[in-house]
Structure formats: C-alpha cells, structure tokens
Design a protein around this ligand. Structure first.
Ligand code: NAP
Length: 295
C-alpha cells in the first residue's frame, strides 16, 4: 500500500487563513497581535528564519517588531531589551532566535521573558503547565505535529505512539502533549533515544511513529508495521552533487521505503517544517486575546 502524503504546506496554509480571519476580527476591535523577534549576530540560517517569521507576521496581519542586535551585544543590553519588550503593550509574543552567541547566557535570557509572552513555549513556567495539563503556550514544532495528525483525521486516542528522540524542543514535549487526558491526545506513548536497546522492537508496534532524532535513515521500512502513520520531524543535510548548493534536505525516515508500508506519511521538506512558524503565529494571536481578556 502506498501512503497518502500529509501535505504540511497545505495544512499550514489552512491554519494561516484561519489566523488571518481571526486577526481581521481582532483588528476591528482595535487589537493587533504583536510579535517581537530578537536576533543577536548575523548567523545566516538564523537570519533567514527571522526574516521568514517577520514575513509570515505581515502576511497574516500581525505586527512584528524587528530587533537585530550586533554579535558583540552584552548580556545586560540583551536583558534590558527583554525587560522593555515585557513592558511593551504592543508586544504579545517575544521570540529570541537561538542559538545565541556563546558569550551570552541563553537560559538567563529565556527565563527573563514574561511567561505571558513566551510564545515559543520554552519557559519552565509554560513547560510545567503543559506537563500538568493546564492551558499554556505549547512549543511550536511539537504543537505543529499534533495539528498535522488531528487535521489529517488520524485517531490519536488509544493509539500507540512511538517518539524517537527526547530533546526538550521536540521529543519530550510532543510525547507529553499526546499523553494528556484531552482532545487530540490520550495516546499510549513510548519514547526511544540513543540508549534504547532495539528501537525497531518498539516502532514495529507503533500505530504512529514520530521521528525526531536528527539522523537520516533512523526509521527504515523493516522498523514499521503496515498502515502506520509516520511524522518525520528531522531535517538533515546530505551531500548531493546534483544540487547547486551541493546538498539536499532529508528527514529521519527512509521515505521511499517506509511510504510503501505506511498509510500516511509527512515528506521532508514540506511536512512538519511549514507548521512551526504557523504555530508561532497561533500562539501570538492567543496571547493577544488573553492580554485583552478574550480567552
Ligand atoms: P536533538 O536535540 O539533537 O535531539 C535528538 C534526539 O534524538 C536526542 O534525544 C537523541 O538521543 C535522539 N537520537 C539521535 N540519534 C538517534 C538514533 N540514532 N536513535 C535513536 N535516538 C536518536 O534534536 P532536536 O532539536 O530534537 O531535533 C530533531 C530533528 O528535528 C533535527 O533534525 C532537527 O533539525 C529537526 N527539527 C525540525 C524542526 C522543524 O520545524 N521542522 C524543528 C525543530 C527540530 P539522546 O538524548 O540519547 O542523545
């Protein structure tokens, strides 16, 4: 059976159209959701992520405040900016693009962000609320994964989900979200990592496999059962002399092999990737509504 492809670009476009409508309704009530993006230094990948986030804000009807600081910015200067953004009523979300230059204390910066503006969902206050099942800003990539499953009609309640990867950014939060006793959750969740003895033993039992290891070919066709749903979070560069850039992007899953057994599968690129910025916009709109007593 060849799998149906979950088109992340299409799902992201649908969600952005909903958010545009929501922004138009809020604008009529005098509310413009505002996202402050903070970039320290000139890392090319970070610069292009930040630019993409600002474009997405403009397209969707959010205000974005561009805070690009020189690489030699001091901790005190950066903390001062965070304090100003925390106090700015036009700003409902603060995103500090990571990684920060090495001389800066990343965790001190993230802890300084007002949890009510932590639209990345990385502040321990929001992480804790997520874990105990309270309303919180959910981290964008894992939340995007859950939305892809839900909007593709995949039954999650009662399913056995195997997550490969246990990072704080993807693996742990996605496992936690799917475990919750609420809508789009109630799964039985197994988490695998580099110390797991036989990953295939677990993934072969999975109704849903979520691959977030950051290694190509971590999941191959012999490691999944027929009909499995596969979400590939991985983004890896592999050398490819036929490409102008000299590389191409692949996920963690052997897409060509696994798609012959899966019922649904996300491609890379075009699967989880487009959802991440969309969920950032979603969180910022939520934050603006909460700040104005609408949620
Ligand atoms: P990470 O911090 O490097 O964590 C990778 C996790 O995978 C670790 O828990 C590691 O286990 C585990 N792992 C690595 N190799 C493994 C293997 N061969 N077998 C089993 N487990 C293995 O990476 P991350 O930040 O979670 O990101 C994961 C992938 O998702 C990367 O490719 C990243 O680029 C991609 N990503 C994509 C998006 C998007 O928007 N599409 C967003 C974020 C991340 P240990 O804990 O034992 O070391």
């Amino acid at each position: 059976m060849a799998a149906r492809i979950i088109d992340g670009k299409q799902v992201a476009q649908e969600m952005r159209a909903e958010l545009r409508q929501e922004c138009a309704r809020l604008k009529a009530a005098g509310i413009v959701p505002g996202l402050a993006v903070v970039l320290v230094g000139h890392d090319p990948a970070s610069t292009s992520y930040v630019t993409a986030k600002e474009h997405a804000c403009a397209e969707t009807g959010l205000y974005s405040s561009d805070n690009r600081l020189p690489a030699q910015t001091t901790q005190e200067e950066l903390m001062g900016l965070i304090r100003r953004l925390n106090a700015d009523p036009q700003i409902h979300g603060i995103l500090v693009q990571l990684p920060l230059p090495k001389h800066l204390n990343e965790s001190e910066v993230l802890l300084a962000i007002d949890p009510a503006k932590d639209v990345d969902g990385f502040h321990p206050f929001n992480v804790g609320k997520m874990v105990i099942g309270e309303k919180a800003f959910l981290p964008c990539t894992p939340h995007g994964v859950v939305q892809l499953l839900a909007r593709s009609g995949v039954p999650i309640a009662g399913a056995h989900v195997v997550v490969v990867g246990r990072s704080n950014i993807v693996g742990k939060p996605v496992a936690n979200m799917l475990l919750q006793k609420k809508e789009h959750a109630n799964a039985t969740v197994t988490i695998c990592h580099t110390r797991t003895k036989d990953i295939g033993y677990f993934t072969r039992q999975a109704d849903i496999v979520i691959a977030a290891a950051g290694r190509p070919n971590t999941i191959t066709a012999d490691m999944v059962k027929d009909g499995v749903v596969v979400i590939d979070v991985g983004v890896n560069r592999v050398e490819d002399a036929s490409k102008k850039a000299g590389f191409r992007l692949v996920g963690d899953v052997d897409f060509d092999g696994v798609k012959e057994k899966a019922s649904l599968i996300t491609p890379v690129p075009g699967g989880v990737g487009p959802m991440t910025i969309t969920m950032l916009l979603f969180n910022t709109v939520q934050s603006a509504k909460m700040a104005n007593g609408l949620e």
